[in-house]
Design a protein around this ligand. Sequence first.
Ligand SMILES: [Zn+2]
Length: 271
Amino acid sequence: MEGVMNLLTVSKFDGVQAVKGTFQLGGVRMNVYMYLVDELLIDCGPSRLQKEISDFLSNERYTQIILTHHHEDHTGNALIVPGSIPIYIHPTGIPLCRDKPHLPLYRRVFWGSRKPFAPKGIEHRIKTKHHTFELLHTPGHAPDHLALLEQNQGWLFTGDLYVMSHPKSIFAFESIPDVIQSLHHVLRYDFDTVFCSHAGVLQNGRKRLEEKLHYLLSIQNQVLQKHSDGKPASVIQKELFPDRHVLNYFSLFENSSKHIITSILHKNGLQ
Ligand SMILES: [Zn+2]
């Protein structure tokens, strides 16, 4: 497609390879990361980068794959992987991967589509030769979302739990109260370095997750306060988030600040 630039760059952090896919469409640039550690591939990237990713993988040794969740930018290349390599996901994600996804056009254009595939369910932990990763079920962004904790190294692979500290809009399928709960969940453990699927490797990542938690708790309090003052959701939205972002329009408001307000009111039985 014209105006699309695809790029794959690989960097190393301790024993972890961070594989960064970048592409640009019009004025919008997107980064997505996969990680390869001790022959474990964490996510397999969007099909938009299929050629670049399959070139990369053909030179690497990997014996198992775990998906942080079923979204197309994390699972789009599941079908190019040899059938002998097991692909794992949280059990909630199995039916979501078996179905053909009904993606809105902008997501098909950004990431490329994803064909149905059949991963195996996994919970609790995944082991490699030198590491044990505890699997932390962390819904909020997606129902099947997993974070991977390597306690000896102080690593946390966070999929899309973090992405940014101060989101001003979210997707219709996301829930702020569930993200808050999942952030509380992971912050009970000891870790320092965060491996995010869109922001990359964050040393001192624990601080970034704490920042996000405090921000979301403050937003939640403000929403509930304004609601108890008698303000409707549309007014709360305008007061807290007066600005719109280009992605809001691109996504035809599948991504919008409105979903921050409604997910909070909904969880509290107020809508
Ligand atoms: Zn996602």
